[in-house]
Design a protein around this ligand. Structure first.
Ligand SMILES: [Zn+2]
Ligand SMILES: [Zn+2]
Length: 299
């Protein structure tokens, strides 16, 4: 009796947007980068977790960046902060311990998954395997920030460098989606981070993604994601940074829905101020594209 009353109430309120949103469970598959464990983020991890709880999040993945495999792969800001691969590995160990402490401490209030966002430079496969064996994360966020061993998302200058090394923007896209395909096959990360990040500094990305050679690779990768039952991160940090839409772009969002792939919000927070940013806007776009808000858990 109680259940049918609730259902009827919901029906009566169909069209009331505030009420629709109140029913949506708040989650993040990708986020919780903290100043404590990442030099381009802010705040203590515990403060960030407390903010997720304050905003009523039900479950979150804390997905700190993997440490650099060796000093060759340090980002400029890590070098400037005098970090080394050794220091980062120790820091990562402390990160996993802190995640597990917070997971237990706040278990009654929020479900926390200690996870890792990976990199894809040369040698990543065995290094990620090592991290999995040593730290047993709940899951991986399979992101591609490096193509042909260049961290293309670090700055516009790095992006241009990546274009030059690839031999053009189209080829860079193709290299990116090939590397992503390979990474998904090798690691089957539960979550695919910002699937189309390669368009970051490309003003013509809508047209480029429609070029047959690139579109074919996007479709191939989506089909692989579907085959393995993986989740696509609906990365809202793009909006936080001033972009006009999240990752993935609306055309890929459409294609993913046609394949029935789970797309789940990730705020990709890098501090307290990034927690839950643009959540409602993101959910509304997903709903407008016909997505269910019964979010699939990464597993
Ligand atoms: Zn980051
Ligand atoms: Zn990322």
């Amino acid at each position: 009796m109680q259940i049918s009353l609730t259902k009827r109430t919901k029906l009566l309120f169909t069209g009331d947007e505030r009420n629709d949103m109140a029913d949506v469970v708040k989650v993040s598959v990708h986020g919780g980068h903290s100043g404590q464990f990442c030099c381009h983020a802010e705040d203590l991890l515990e403060e960030i977790v407390e903010e997720y709880i304050r905003q009523g999040f039900s479950w979150i993945g804390i997905t700190e960046h993997a440490p650099a495999i060796n000093d060759q792969w340090l980002y400029p800001d890590q070098k400037a902060a005098a970090l080394t691969a050794d220091i980062l590995l120790k820091q990562f160990e402390a990160y996993m311990q802190e995640c597990r402490r917070l997971q237990k401490k706040y278990a009654a209030l929020i479900t926390i998954s200690p996870a890792i966002e990976i990199e894809t430079y040369s040698g990543y496969e065995s290094f990620v395997g090592y991290l999995i064996n040593r730290y047993a994360p709940s899951y991986l966020v399979g992101s591609v920030h490096f193509v042909n061993d260049i961290g293309f998302d670090y700055s516009e200058e790095y992006y241009e460098d990546a274009v030059r090394v690839a031999g053009g923007m189209d080829v860079l896209y193709e290299n990116y989606f090939d590397l992503q395909y390979d990474m998904i096959n090798k690691l089957r990360p539960a979550v695919i981070g910002h699937f189309d990040l390669i368009r970051l500094y490309d003003p013509d990305y809508h047209a480029r993604l429609k070029k047959p050679a690139i579109a074919a690779k996007v479709t191939r990768n989506l089909e692989l994601i579907k085959k393995y039952g993986l989740i696509i991160d609906y990365n809202l940090r793009a909006l936080h940074k001033g972009a006009s839409e999240p990752y993935v772009t609306s055309s890929i969002l459409e294609a993913a829905r046609e394949l029935n792939i789970a797309v789940v919000p990730g705020d990709d927070s890098h501090g307290i101020s990034g927690v839950g940013n643009f959540y409602e806007e993101g959910v509304r776009t997903l709903q407008a594209h016909g997505y269910s808000t019964e979010w699939q858990l990464p597993a």
